[in-house]
Design a protein. Structure first.
Length: 320
């Protein structure tokens, strides 16, 4: 296409030059007076019109496909269609040669683990979720604070060293982060307690246990849960209170791997292996406050004070 255009332009230029040279050759040596301007304009106009016509005819001839070009194009299309048909036929034959069903996967060998440990404790690897601060029910918070005031008054008057071990108020954001990391929602009574005292620490720390185990703060709850999940990665049963710590058991009191735990599904609390099982964390707090104020036993234990420190002694020892 470009070659034809170039040839047309070259022919037009050559034609113009030839016309110009012929006109000069016909002119006499002594030039006559110039003809009137209309006559010269007409001659030059006719020359340029001829040049334009030549260029136009050349371009039209270049743009209009010849019969040979149309024949070549048709042959090319027919060849491409033939190749596409051959490729489609080849692919269809390959698909027909493949098996219509996949072979069954090999059956894994039977496990040698005991049946009680066959169920994986998937809750120890919770799905990631965003920390979200949830409001505590005002009625639950008032009830928990009422029991804490009873315990604080008694400790301040009778066991001041233990009273000083009570932690500062916890933060709702810290609780929300621990919940997200553990994949568990703390019950309202546990959250209300942590918002008043974020655990207890130090010598003679406040707690309720024969071995003087303290109550845990938010980070201690999370760390104890992680430690037990790393130790026991299978679920031995369906009762969270029956586990040391599992995917549905929240440790809230204890030390050195021996914990009291809370079931977030129904709020029940209990001790590993033995001890009272109570319907809620709040019920445990009220029982402890009653035992402190009245000196009555709870789970075979009675409060006692030695050098300003609260102890829980065996009730049988006091009766003897």
């Amino acid at each position: 296409m470009l070659k034809l255009v170039r040839l047309a332009l070259t022919a037009a230029v050559v034609t113009a030059i030839v016309v110009r040279l012929r006109r000069r050759a016909r002119m006499p040596k002594t030039p006559p007076p110039p003809p009137p301007r209309p006559v010269r304009r007409t001659g030059m106009g006719l020359a340029w019109a001829g040049i334009t016509a030549v260029v136009a005819l050349t371009l039209v001839a270049a743009l209009v496909p010849t019969q040979a070009q149309e024949t070549a194009t048709a042959r090319g299309r027919a060849y491409q269609e033939e190749q596409d048909a051959l490729i489609a036929q080849s692919l269809a034959s390959r698909d027909d040669a493949r098996p219509t069903s996949t072979p069954p996967s090999p059956v894994p060998p039977p496990t040698t683990q005991p049946q009680s440990w066959a169920v994986a404790d998937g809750g120890c690897v919770p799905e990631q979720r965003r920390a979200r601060v949830r409001p505590v029910d005002p009625k639950v918070r008032r009830a928990v604070n009422r029991q804490w005031r009873r315990i604080e008054r008694w400790l301040k008057a009778n066991a001041p060293r233990t009273y000083r071990t009570l932690g500062a108020p916890g933060r709702a954001r810290t609780i929300a982060i621990a919940e997200a990391q553990m994949g568990l929602d703390f019950p309202d009574d546990l959250r209300a307690s942590l918002l008043r005292h974020n655990g207890s620490r130090g010598a003679g720390a406040f707690g309720f246990s024969r071995n003087g185990a303290p109550i845990l703060g938010v980070r201690q709850i999370r760390d104890a849960w992680r430690a037990q999940c790393a130790k026991d990665r299978a679920d031995p049963g369906h009762d969270p209170v029956g586990e040391v710590v599992g995917d549905r058991a929240i440790p809230f009191l204890g030390v050195d791997g021996r914990y009291a735990v809370l079931d977030p599904m129904d709020g029940a609390v209990g001790w590993e292996g033995a001890g009272p099982r109570m319907p809620s964390y709040y019920a445990l707090m009220r029982a402890v406050a009653d035992a402190l104020e009245t000196g009555t036993e709870i789970d075979g234990l009675r409060p006692a004070v030695r050098r300003g420190v609260l102890r829980w002694d065996n009730a049988a020892y006091h009766n003897s």
